[in-house]
Design a protein around this ligand. Structure first.
Ligand SMILES: NC(=O)c1ccc[n+]([C@@H]2O[C@H](COP(=O)([O-])OP(=O)(O)OC[C@H]3O[C@@H](n4cnc5c(N)ncnc54)[C@H](OP(=O)(O)O)[C@@H]3O)[C@@H](O)[C@H]2O)c1
Length: 334
């Protein structure tokens, strides 16, 4: 089978197409014929081996053979199942994420997959996995758990005020929609060309970061979800309510410790405050993937696609995503 691998660290130019033996699913694993995948920042961090802490896991000078296969998001069709798999059968259309998705075939843990809604095109499904999961789990980490409810005759409760910085990117385009589904009043921060896009996704207010510095806003947000990685924690703290939460996913670019400074600053602040300051890593969670699939199946949630690249142009797709200004997801058609 054809597989896109990286046997050395570097930019998109080090990606190679190789013929690899098809993997076999073991206990609890599903073999998926991949139809579509997408590019996440995780992919180009792994490709470049930066920040250098990535290399502790992947190999110091070059990726270990186990780390050659690239790509995480997957949409495709089940080819076979390993022992103990109960939720899937050959021929099922699925979506989710795992390791080595930029291949004709990949093995994924059963827990990392759900059935693809029939109405959702494969290309859209290929853009869901990591970004949509990060959006859902990040908002939950900031306390946005379920839509508000109130009884007849009750006064409608105040909607939590959520600020999403980096609202037009892969995670942000899902986060705006999910925050609305969870009952928030959403303010989205993006650049001029994406203002209309985030408004269409449901944002109540939009802020153009090229003309307005969001950290000079009034201190009114119950949750700031930070995806751009270029603002100081102490500046963002100024716009939080006294018990508000700052959840940060965005990391400043850098090869050494830069990306680790933000999480450390958040951890220190959290210890001495009534507010929540958190950085987090998205985790594979079947129930979360199912929630996302349910929303996608009813079109309550949609996938914003910037561009679909054929697999032959995957290096261009990675370069496009790494430039940092994608609108929604960059999808790869396998
Ligand atoms: N912790 C985790 O588990 C996890 C998982 C996924 C992603 N992440 C991290 O989350 C971040 C976002 O990921 P992503 O996939 O959404 O990236 P992405 O698709 O590349 O989107 C980045 C967005 O940031 C916006 N942006 C750039 N400069 C900005 C600024 N100064 N102010 C506000 N927005 C700005 C861009 O919008 P414009 O074009 O309008 O500038 C773009 O839409 C990345 O740092 C990624 O590493 C973490």
């Amino acid at each position: 089978m054809k597989s896109i691998v990286a046997t050395e660290y570097g930019g998109p130019e080090v990606l190679r197409t190789v013929d690899a033996p098809p993997p076999a699913p073991s206990e609890g694993q599903v073999l998926v014929r991949v139809a579509a995948s997408s590019i996440n920042p995780l992919d180009w961090h792994e490709l470049r081996g930066t920040p250098y802490v990535v290399r502790i896991m992947r190999g110091l000078r070059a990726p270990k053979p186990s780390g050659h296969a690239m790509g995480s998001d997957v949409a495709g069709v089940v080819e076979s199942v390993g022992p103990g798999v109960t939720r899937f059968a050959v021929g099922d259309a699925v979506l989710g994420f795992g390791l080595g998705a930029w291949s004709e075939l990949m093995v994924v843990s059963e827990a990392g997959l759900v059935h693809k809604p029939a109405s959702l095109p494969m290309t859209d499904a290929g853009g869901v996995g990591v970004a949509a999961t990060t959006a859902l789990q990040g908002l939950r980490r900031g306390g946005l758990v379920a839509p508000l409810t109130w009884g007849p005759g009750d006064v409608e409760p105040m909607r939590p005020r959520v600020l999403i910085i980096g609202a037009s990117g892969g995670v942000g385009s899902f986060a705006v929609q999910i925050a609305k589904l969870l009952g928030a009043h959403v303010t989205a921060v993006t650049s001029t060309r994406n203002l209309a896009l985030v408004a269409r996704l449901g944002a109540d207010d939009v802020i153009d970061y090229t003309t307005t510095e969001v950290t000079r806003e009034l201190p009114r947000f119950d949750l700031v979800f930070e995806l751009a990685g270029n603002r100081r924690v102490r500046d963002l703290a100024r716009i939080l309510t006294p018990t508000g939460a700052l959840v940060s996913c965005g990391a400043p670019r850098g090869q050494w410790l830069g990306p680790l400074v933000g999480p450390a600053a958040l951890a220190v602040r959290s210890r001495f405050s009534r507010r929540t300051y958190a950085s987090f890593l998205a985790k594979r969670d079947t129930a979360d993937l199912q929630q996302l699939a349910d929303w996608l199946g009813t079109a309550a949630l949609r996938v914003v696609i910037d561009e679909v690249y054929p697999v032959e142009r995957i290096a261009d797709a990675v370069a496009h995503a790494e430039a940092g200004h994608v609108r929604g997801k960059v999808v790869v058609d396998l």
